[in-house]
Design a protein around this ligand. Structure first.
Ligand code: HAM
Length: 451
């Protein structure tokens, strides 16, 4: 048997329905924030990630899937979304659009050669968004609050938002020097990679997975103490706007992020759910004002965020968050002879084109096992097509819940279904509003505050 590659998953059945539901909610929320969907290639020139994400990051040095194509070009499967989106922004001259800033989002697989474990995969899905073209702290606050709001709308309760600032170029330089001064006397305590990082990019020592528990790491200088006045004031503004948006956050000076492109605001969202496991960072992002220019575009400020979709799904499962997933069909059509089967072929198609979820028998089942199948599919109604009834322009339709049967004319079927097919009424959308309102399950249902 050929099995799936290590660190990948098959998503199917009810899990696939949950993925689709969460994607739909994300699409709806992104539309409200006026973000446009963008699809960029799964593979790009390796150089893009080297220049964009950073030569000394773990992602680029250890985790990329690199290959040479048949034309001898060096290619890399995207390990993250930001570099590709920025490449597209530059290549398509989006900086010239009249609508600025440019707001783009994506929801797609990424590839990182990591050691697989629960919540850590080699093919991971991220939904992420990038706001390119404004340096105003209002954008920093909005990008953070958008992440929080998506988790909230989905019904995830146990989240913690950690924010920090890396400051501008001057602050980062001061900090870099402080790190070198701190780590140099302890160089022999550090792993081989960190020894190299000390000169090349000391910030990366802070997210080393080997040295992370050592005392020398815990006593390392904090970014926040090296911010110049302008960077400090900027960070204060971000915090002020966050409070106005009602976002609860913790300033955590240890958040530095594992990619090279950040400056000023950086943030991570953690799942605070008992037993969730080590991979509890369910999303992260920050400002990257230098990347557009570094990749050959005009100097353009930008900020963004990406959530681990797989980890989000795990978190929703851990909290037992219910989702309004349709697990039923409106009508199951049964038949016995070939004439009735032909009518089933016609009617199934017609009703589906009129918006109903209709199933019929594909396995020449007996009526008895056909009814069982209708039950397994949670069919709301069943019709056994009968030649005599059809000649009289009639149908017998059975409500599978009440077991009541109605005799209706063929022409009235669509009206009958329109009137009687009721969507699953318990919405479980977990929104806070206990009044009747239009909720994101698409129904005008009464959403009860759950849990
Ligand atoms: P990142 O922190 O590398 O940031 O990844 C974002 C999220 O993807 C993580 O917080 C985590 O939830 C999830 N993730 C990362 N690696 C894995 C993995 N191996 N398995 C499962 N989930 C994983 C970025 O990728 C940046 N592009 C975010 C960004 C957008 N910054 C600015 N704009």
């Amino acid at each position: 048997m050929i099995t799936k590659p290590k660190g990948t998953k098959d998503i199917y059945g009810i899990e696939a329905k949950k993925w689709q539901y969460v994607s739909k909610v994300i699409d709806e929320v992104m539309e409200k924030y006026n973000y446009n969907f963008i699809r960029v290639p799964v593979f790009e020139s390796s150089e893009l990630f080297h220049r964009g994400v950073g030569e000394t990051t773990d992602i680029v040095t250890k985790e990329t899937y690199d290959f040479t194509d048949r034309g001898g070009r060096n290619m890399t499967l995207r390990p993250e979304g930001t570099a590709g989106v920025v490449r597209s922004y530059i290549e398509n001259k989006m900086y010239g659009d009249v609508n600025q800033p440019v707001k783009l989002y994506y929801n797609c697989p990424m590839y990182r050669y990591e050691r697989p474990q629960a919540g850590r995969y080699r093919e991971l899905t991220q939904f992420g968004y990038e706001l390119i073209g404004s340096d105003d702290p209002i954008c920093d606050a909005e990008v953070i609050s958008l992440a929080v709001n998506i988790y909230k709308i989905l019904g995830l309760k146990g989240i913690k938002v950690n924010i920090n600032s890396l400051g501008d170029a001057e602050s980062r330089n001061n900090y870099r020097e402080a790190l070198i001064k701190h780590f140099k006397p302890h160089i022999n305590e550090l792993c081989e990679d960190c020894k190299e990082r000390l000169e090349k990019n000391p910030l990366r020592i802070l997210d080393c997975k080997v040295d992370c528990d050592k005392e020398v790491m815990k006593s390392a200088p904090k970014t926040i103490d090296y911010l110049n006045e302008a960077s400090k004031q900027r960070f204060e503004k971000v915090k002020e706007y966050l409070s106005l948006m009602g976002v609860e956050y913790v300033v955590d000076p240890t958040v530095v992020r594992g990619l090279d492109y950040y400056n000023h605001t950086v943030f991570e969202v953690e799942a605070e759910i008992e037993g969730f496991g080590a991979q509890n960072v369910i999303g992260g992002g920050g400002r990257y004002n230098g990347m557009v220019e570094q990749l050959g575009g005009p100097s353009t400020p930008a900020i963004g965020f990406a959530a681990g979709f797989d980890r989000l799904m795990l978190a929703l499962d851990y909290e037992n968050v219910k989702m309004p997933i349709n697990n039923s069909v409106d009508l199951f059509l049964l038949y016995v002879n070939e004439d009735e089967k032909k009518y089933a072929v016609y009617l199934t198609n017609d009703l589906r084109m009129n918006g109903f979820i209709v199933e019929t028998d594909y396995l020449n089942r007996s009526l008895k096992s056909g009814f069982k199948q209708a039950d397994r599919l949670n069919a709301k109604f069943t019709i056994v097509l009968n030649s005599d009834d059809l000649k009289n322009n009639e149908l017998k339709i059975k409500n599978n819940k009440t077991k009541e049967e109605d005799v209706i004319s063929l022409d009235a079927l669509i009206y009958y279904l329109d009137e009687n097919v009721i969507e699953d009424d318990d919405c479980n959308c977990n929104c806070d509003d206990s009044e009747e309102h239009e909720c994101h399950c698409g129904e005008n249902c009464k959403c009860k505050k759950e849990n």
